[in-house]
Structure formats: structure tokens, C-alpha cells
Ligand binder design. Structure first.
Ligand code: NI
Length: 176
């Protein structure tokens, strides 16, 4: 079911979400379905449970190929619960981000270039991967939502924050 996406200003987006402690339930399956449906309806590449008002540490992200964003490298479609991230290198890179909770805007955010992330799937089975570049950026963006962090909080130079149609008159970078 497509759910309403909370927008920046809603105090629920600033909260730290709770770990999932029970796996394999119908309620969890329903939540994950709603996250995929809502992400697809809004053309995003990822979404976190707090964005639909559910205070659990659940994110979904990824796509095989995006018609809207043909230049975006594919990211494996992933359901990740109780995720942890650590950088595996020293490099960070700055690039444009958008967010379904901050519609119409884009900002430049610095993220670790190479990471390892770990969590569990809906049945509690371990998911562990390394990621770099765009994939790593999407994971960091989505997991920030679980700690009540929206990307504008990470913009260090607000000159690089603005309306997407003004910044990118020829087409938009992705929304997460
Ligand atoms: Ni977001």
C-alpha cells in the first residue's frame, strides 16, 4: 500500500528509531511491502520506515535500472533491518542528494566513498556487503533516517542547497 511520506518539519523525522526485535512476522512483511510501494510511487531509490511514520530500524533501497535516471548505476534491491555501517577507506566524496521527505530540493553532501554494511533481512538472516560510490551513498542516506538525520543537516555549504528545477533545468539527480 502506498503510504504518505512525512516531510521535513514533522518532529517524527528527528527521532531515533527502535531496533526490530521480532522477525518473520506478517506485520514486518506488510511494512516492507508498503515501503517498496511508496518508494516506487514516488520514484525514489530508497526509503526508511520513519519516513512513513514507523519508528523501526528498517530501510529498503535499490533498483535494477532506472528509466528516470539512466545514468545511475544499479544498486541491488535490498531490505535491511538494524543496519550498521563502517567506512572501509579514508575517502569521502561530495555529491548531490535528494530526499522524498524534502521534495523539490537538492543539496551537496559529503559521504564515505567505501563502506561495509551489515544488518539482517526480514527473517533475521545476516546481510553483509561492501559498497562504494552511489550504492554507498544511498545506504548512508537511508540509515541516517534511522537516527533522525535528514541530509540538509549534513550540508556544510548552504550555497549548494536549492530547488532542483533551478539547479538542474535539464534533469534531476535521484531522490532517496
Ligand atoms: Ni531520504
Amino acid at each position: 500500500m502506498i503510504r504518505e511520506v512525512l516531510r521535513m518539519g514533522d518532529a517524527r523525522l528527528w527521532r531515533r528509531a527502535n531496533p526490530v526485535t521480532t522477525f518473520g512476522t506478517d506485520a514486518l512483511a506488510g511494512l516492507v511491502t508498503d515501503l517498496w510501494d511508496t518508494m516506487a510511487a514516488r520514484g525514489g531509490v530508497g526509503i526508511a520506515a520513519p519516513q512513513i511514520g514507523v519508528e523501526l530500524r528498517v530501510v529498503v533501497f535499490g533498483f535494477d535500472a532506472s528509466e528516470r535516471y539512466p545514468d545511475a548505476p544499479p544498486v541491488p534491491r535490498t531490505v535491511l533491518l538494524n543496519p550498521l555501517i563502517r567506512p572501509t577507506g579514508v575517502h569521502e566524496e561530495s555529491d548531490w542528494e535528494g530526499c522524498l521527505s524534502v521534495p523539490g530540493l537538492r543539496g551537496r553532501v559529503s559521504r564515505w566513498t567505501e563502506i561495509e554494511y551489515e544488518g539482517v533481512d526480514i527473517d533475521g538472516a545476516i546481510v553483509r556487503r561492501t559498497a562504494s560510490g552511489f550504492h554507498a551513498r544511498v545506504v548512508q542516506h537511508e540509515c541516517d533516517h534511522l537516527d533522525g538525520i535528514l541530509y540538509p543537516l549534513r550540508i556544510t555549504d548552504l550555497h549548494h542547497f536549492g530547488y532542483a528545477d533551478v539547479l538542474f533545468p535539464n534533469g534531476l539527480p535521484v531522490e532517496e
